[in-house]
Design a protein. Structure first.
Length: 277
C-alpha cells in the first residue's frame, strides 16, 4: 500500500537555488526533522527533486556522522547528532528556560549541584547547558558550555546508553577513553555492561570515575519522538552522595520526567536490551 508523501518542507524550495549537494542535504535534514514517522528514500528523493541514486551517498554520509538514522523499515529519521545540534541551538532559549526552575527545585531538595546536559555537536562529548550550584561551601562545580567525556560521566553514560548499536560500536572503536582514576571504566566490554545496567535502571551513576571524591547520578530527558535530547544530573562530594543515594536517584528521575513533560516529550520505557557485542 502506497504511503502518502510528506508535505515538502520550505527548504525543499531552495534546493535548486544553491549547490546541489548542499541543497539536498538541507532538504534531507529538514524533512527527517519535520516528519514524526521519518521518510523513505523515495519520499526524500521526491521532496529534494533528485534521483534516489544521488541521495544514497549523502544519506550514508549523514548516517555515519549521526545526523540521520535508518530504521528496520527503511525510514530515515533524525540522528543523535542532529538532536544535539538542535539542543545547542536552543540552549539559550527554550530547553534551558524550561528546565531552569526544575534545576532550582532539585538543588533545594537535594542540597547538591544540578546540571542540564546534552550531547555535544561532535557527538563524543557531553556539553553542560545550564547548572544551578549548591549553596554548600564544598560542592560540585561546572561551567556552562564545558565539555566532558562520555565514558566517565553520569550524563555521558545516559547518552551512550541510548546510542543505537552501530553508533555505539563506532564510538567504542574510534574514541580513546582516558583513565582518570582507578575506577574509570575504559574497557569496551566493561563499558557495554555498564550501559546495559543504565538502560535497565533508567539512570546512570558515577563514583569518582572522573574526579576522585566526586559522585553523580543522571537521568534522561526525552524529546517529542521519545529520543533522549538531554540529561538532568545531580552531583556532589562522594560521601554526601552515597549517604543519600536513594533520595538523589528519586529526585533526579522526577526532575527528568518533569523536564520531559515541559518540553512536550514522550517518556520512554526502560529497556532491558543488551548492547550488541
Amino acid at each position: 500500500m502506497a504511503r502518502p508523501r510528506p508535505d515538502a518542507p520550505p527548504a525543499a524550495k531552495a534546493v535548486r537555488a544553491g549547490p546541489q549537494s548542499v541543497g539536498r542535504i538541507v532538504a534531507i535534514l529538514d524533512t527527517v526533522a519535520a516528519q514524526r514517522r521519518g521518510a523513505t528514500l523515495s519520499e526524500l528523493a521526491a521532496i529534494a527533486g533528485a534521483p534516489k541514486t544521488s541521495l544514497v551517498g549523502l544519506l550514508a554520509g549523514l548516517a555515519a556522522e549521526g545526523c540521520v538514522v535508518r530504521d528496520a523499515g527503511g525510514r530515515y529519521g533524525p540522528g543523535p547528532r542532529l538532536h544535539a545540534l538542535a539542543i545547542q541551538a536552543l540552549a539559550g532559549r527554550e530547553l534551558v528556560a524550561l528546565a531552569r526552575p526544575v534545576l532550582q527545585a532539585l538543588v533545594e531538595a537535594s542540597g547538591e549541584t544540578a546540571v542540564l546536559a546534552a550531547l555535544a555537536p561532535d557527538a563524543d562529548r557531553v556539553v553542560y547547558l545550564d547548572r544551578v550550584e549548591s549553596a554548600r561551601p564544598i560542592r560540585y562545580a561546572v561551567t556552562v558550555g564545558e565539555r566532558r567525556e562520555l565514558h566517565c560521566t553520569a550524563s555521558g553514560k545516559v547518552l551512550l546508553a541510548h546510542f543505537d548499536a552501530g553508533r555505539l560500536a563506532r564510538y567504542l572503536k574510534s574514541v580513546r577513553r582516558q583513565r582518570f582514576t582507578a575506577t574509570t571504566i575504559v574497557e569496551a566490554d566493561a563499558l557495554r555492561d555498564e550501559l546495559d545496567e543504565v538502560r535497565r535502571a533508567g539512570l546512570a551513576r558515577t563514583d569518582g570515575e572522573r574526579i576522585a571524591g566526586a559522585s553523580a547520578v543522571a537521568a534522561p530527558v526525552h524529546g517529542r519522538d521519545g529520543a533522549v535530547v538531554a540529561t538532568v544530573l545531580v552531583a556532589g562530594p562522594s560521601e554526601r552522595m552515597r549517604s543519600h543515594a536513594r533520595r538523589n536517584e528519586r529526585l533526579v528521575r522526577a526532575a527528568a520526567v518533569e523536564c520531559t513533560r515541559l518540553a512536550g516529550g514522550v517518556p520512554a520505557r526502560r529497556s532491558a536490551r543488551p548492547a550488541v557485542r
